[in-house]
Design a protein around this ligand. Structure first.
Ligand code: FAD
Length: 495
């Protein structure tokens, strides 16, 4: 590089960290401004009573090859930086009358299907075959920037578009392969990663369960937050500077370009900026509306957003042996539960929920004989008429009851040594997540590819977006992909 261009990265979430690594490695003068005192964003570590360690958000690390690619771009190996433990079975799925243990080993998975859903084995073979082809076509499409409508004419899109199967939902797509409702749910619940309903989520997202079956899932020793820490260390090793407790208050724009940022009342001149904060919140807070006609406040408010989550983090003086690493407990009427969460905007009495129990694979997260349970209940975002300030205590008790009665965690309340609760209001107010929609703008077809906020921000061409709010979407693999796309655009533009 001829001269050291100064790039401000606003936010040290997974997208910001990946961008920091990539740009610092390429010789840019990278400064990461993070409002909190630590890295990670929704992917940060939470510690209770100094001894119980949790991931705040992501616990499913899928499609490792993408993060491998980010590390390879800076001549490093992910496996040298973190300890990855493969999961088999992938998870425990608990229905009212059945338990299923899906595996990424096809012969084990076929046996599991024969045990629980005989007659669906050929459908599974077909699923692997067809979705494999689809995955390789769609993943090429997701690597493109979609900053202009003519990107739809790119040869990879022309080849990939028929595979998108745009007029079918994820649920309808899976009906092609599987007869039993619960087996469909076992391959469709991953729509939760996008905060969406399998009945509305575009069929293209069947690639999520495919990625789990084809590439497996991993636990990262210490929690997935160790990924964020490792990325920070790599970025620093290439010269990036991290500024903590450094909330960016404003971007100064002249002639449609970011010229400086205001941090703690200090003005810092920059050549370009990368925005990693929650898109809908940050763009409204940091960029005066007159500078962003294509994403004004009205347009943002009209978009559809994902559901939210109610979270319990429990430090326990016991371990529940029957719990696996990932456990999903389904509502008796899953479809109605999903409708409550995404359309009717009410709470389901027997909501589906997820329990993460990493202590089995990773004793480092709690004292000997103890455990750290993470419980996630998908709930409506803050558009719902639910006052979480009033409901927080009652709902906490209800979720503890779910654990006792539906997840088999006997006497759980007697074992609680430490507890933290995060409600949709906390996501909105403490984490700056628009509408508490934890998985960002919804991933419906009219909000994907060209129709999502572009990686190079339309109205301000030296402002780039990374993270769950931009293309290709929420979820760690797509977020890392957004960093690959946005940093490449930046490098091409600033050459
Ligand atoms: C409960 C939950 C569970 C999830 N589970 C999974 C999962 O299992 N697998 C998966 O792949 N994905 C999962 N996700 C989705 C996604 O991977 C995470 O949300 C991810 O952390 C989003 O990354 P991001 O890059 O968009 O940035 P974020 O994590 O949102 O971080 C943005 C950062 O920007 C900072 N910031 C914001 N505004 C400013 C400002 N003005 N100045 C300075 N700093 C600022 C914030 O403090 C924050 O640190 C989950 C999300 C949640 C919430």
């Amino acid at each position: 590089m001829e001269s050291k261009k100064k790039i401000a990265i606003i936010g040290a979430g997974p997208g910001g960290l990946a961008a920091a690594m990539l740009l610092a490695h390429d010789g840019y003068d990278v400064h990461v401004y993070e409002a909190k005192p630590h890295v990670g964003g929704r992917n940060a570590r939470l510690t209770l009573e100094d001894v119980y360690h949790f991931d705040i958000g992501p616990t499913f690390f899928l499609y490792k090859p993408l993060l491998d690619e980010v590390f390879a771009k800076v001549n490093r190996k992910l496996d040298d930086k973190v300890t990855l433990i493969p999961l088999d079975p992938l998870y425990q799925l608990i229905f009212k009358h059945k338990k299923i243990y899906p595996s990424s080993n096809p012969s084990v998975m076929r046996e599991e299907i024969s045990r629980v859903f005989p007659g669906n084995e050929r459908g599974y073979d077909q699923y692997l075959k067809e979705e494999g082809k689809r995955f390789s076509a769609i993943s090429k499409v997701l690597k493109l920037p979609f900053t202009k409508i003519s990107d739809y004419l790119h040869p990879d899109v022309v080849t990939g578009l028929p595979y998108l199967d745009p007029f079918r939902s994820l649920y309808q797509r899976l009906q092609r392969f599987f007869k039993d409702e619960e087996l469909i749910y076992a391959m469709a619940f991953q729509a939760k990663y996008l905060g969406m309903s399998p009945w509305q989520c575009p069929s293209a997202f069947s690639i999520l369960s495919y990625m789990e079956h084809a590439y497996g899932l991993f636990h990262v020793k210490g929690g997935l937050n160790a990924l964020a820490q490792a990325m920070k260390e790599e970025a620093e090793s290439f010269g990036a500077t991290f500024h903590f407790n450094a909330r960016v208050n404003q971007l100064e724009i002249e002639n449609q370009r970011v010229t400086s940022i205001i941090v703690n009342e200090q003005k810092i001149d920059v050549d370009g900026a990368i925005l990693n904060g929650d898109f809908a919140t940050s763009i409204q807070e940091l960029v005066d509306e007159k500078h962003r006609p294509s994403w004004n406040n009205k347009k943002l408010s009209k978009k559809n957003y994902s559901c939210s989550t109610f979270m319990l983090y429990l430090g326990l003086d016991t371990q529940y042996e029957h719990l696996h690493h990932h456990n999903l407990i389904f509502s008796e009427d899953y479809r109605s539960n999903v409708l409550d969460m995404t359309e009717r905007l009410v709470l389901t009495p027997d909501a589906s929920f997820y329990v993460h129990n990493p202590v089995k694979l990773d004793p480092s997260i709690a004292p000997v004989g103890h455990s750290a349970l993470y419980v996630l209940v998908p709930v409506p975002n803050t558009l719902a008429d639910i006052d979480w300030n009033v409901l927080k205590e009652d709902y906490t008790q209800r979720v503890l009851q779910f654990l006792e009665e539906r997840a088999g965690c006997k006497d759980i309340t007697k074992h609680i040594q430490a507890m933290k609760v995060i409600t949709p209001f906390d996501w909105r107010d403490d984490f700056g997540v628009y509408l508490g929609a934890t998985f960002n703008m919804a991933h419906s077809f009219d909000q994907l590819l060209y129709f999502r906020a572009h990686n190079r921000f339309n109205d301000i061409p030296n402002l780039y977006l990374v993270g769950g709010g931009t293309h290709p979407g929420s979820g760690l693999p797509t977020i890392y992909q957004s960093a690959l796309i946005s940093t490449q655009l930046l490098k091409d533009d600033l050459k």
